[in-house]
Design a protein around this ligand. Structure first.
Ligand code: TRP
Length: 381
């Protein structure tokens, strides 16, 4: 998908200025309106800033799943990550929301680590690298705080025995011409990548398959994953399952100008393995909406709409609405300069990282508790 401004959103590439209204229209998803937000909050028993502040802004069939839940028909959650590098804060934000959903609704979570995808799609990635990153990224998933009793981390390669029956069934229902139209596959691609969308469909049905009972599914994900769900939803009913619903987030911005927090620009991303000192340096070097000189800024104020620091306040580090409104006012009025504003973010970022890193250390002993290995004794022989 492209326009004059070169907006491009595919599962592999995101660039340009993102127009989220246009994405909703062109992907054919729905906006999360006030009514749906209120409904989720009512059932969850509390609100969440990522809903209030519209990081999660779009969905498919979420209203239907909420209705089913009220009738006593519980859903499962499914999300995932392609282990292509170190995890950064931008990845953790939607996972934190997924954890909130798991806690409020007390439902299972299937978390897919797609080492096959990254091996097939990234020419430079060796098998050993994806293997190592799968284990390493799982530590960040666990450190997010999911419930071990209700969380199943699927490693595509290791757990292929749990997933292959469904993948085979999905693959038979998807023609090459459909996949090519949806994903823009080219002749030069390896054939692994062409099969891969069937693997990403599997966790949406896995619970229903194991428990032999059709179960609704909600997929929290970034909007760029939507093409996968179009395929998944297409085949769902043909295989005797519900179409999975989704709740979709905007891209978490990087610390540099424009774009999302990206692994390819190390200064734009704060990795979960960065030392707090290094994170501090990155925050202090971050792109803001400030003016060229202090004098000008005091007179004219700055622009929080384009400021990466302000986005970080909005999405994690300033949950208090009053505090956020206050800093916004000081920013636009020129009462606070960017350096001073960053000094508020620095200790919060450092504390967050320290906590996450401690949890990440502990996770090393707990990998087995979260592994989908434990599904094996439930599966029909
Ligand atoms: N394709 C995703 C990525 O590259 C990984 C993924 C698999 C995923 N299943 C998912 C992401 C479900 C969100 C929801 O990162």
């Amino acid at each position: 998908m492209t326009n004059e401004d070169d907006m491009l959103v595919t599962p592999w590439e995101v660039k340009g200025t993102i127009d989220y209204d246009r994405l909703i229209e062109e992907f054919g998803t729905e906006r999360i309106d006030e009514k749906l937000r209120k409904k989720i909050e009512k059932i969850a028993g509390e609100s969440h800033i990522l809903l209030d502040r519209e990081l999660f802004f779009s969905h498919r069939d979420l209203d239907w799943v909420m209705k089913e839940y009220e009738k006593g028909n519980k859903f499962i959650l499914y999300t995932g990550r392609g282990p292509s590098g170190d995890v950064h804060i931008g990845h953790l934000v939607p996972w934190m929301f997924t954890k909130w959903m798991q806690d409020c609704f007390k439902v299972p979570l299937y978390f897919q680590l797609t080492n096959d995808e990254k091996f097939w799609f990234d020419q430079d990635m060796t098998y050993e690298q994806v293997h190592e990153l799968t284990r390493d990224n799982a530590l960040d998933v666990i450190a997010t705080g999911f419930d071990p009793e209700k969380t199943f981390i699927l490693d595509d390669i290791k757990h292929i025995d749990l997933m292959y029956e469904l993948a085979v069934k999905v693959a038979k229902k998807v023609t090459f011409s459909t996949a090519r139209a949806v994903f823009g596959f080219e002749n030069s691609m390896n054939i692994g990548g062409i099969f891969y969308p069937s693997m990403q469909a599997v966790p949406a049905f896995l619970h229903s398959w194991i428990h032999e009972r059709k179960t609704p599914c909600i997929i929290p994900c970034a909007i760029d994953q939507d093409p996968y769900w179009r395929i998944t939803r297409d085949v769902a009913e043909k295989l005797g399952y519900y179409k999975p619903a989704s709740i979709q987030n905007k891209f978490v911005p990087g610390l540099q100008e424009g774009g999302k927090m990206s692994s390819s620009d190390p200064m734009s991303a704060i990795y979960t393995t960065d030392s707090p000192k290094k994170a501090k340096k990155k925050v202090l070097a971050a792109f803001t909406g400030g003016r060229t000189t202090a004098k000008e800024q005091r007179e004219l104020g700055a622009n929080p709409e384009i400021c990466s620091v302000f986005k970080y306040y909005t999405f994690i580090f300033m949950p208090d609405d009053k505090e956020l409104a206050d800093i916004r006012m000081k920013c636009v009025s020129g009462d606070i300069l960017c350096g001073a504003c960053k000094q508020i973010l620095v200790p919060r970022m450092m504390e967050f990282l320290e906590k996450h890193q401690a949890a990440r250390e502990e996770a090393k002993e707990r990998l087995h508790e979260f592994s989908a290995d434990k599904l094996r004794n439930l599966v029909r022989k």
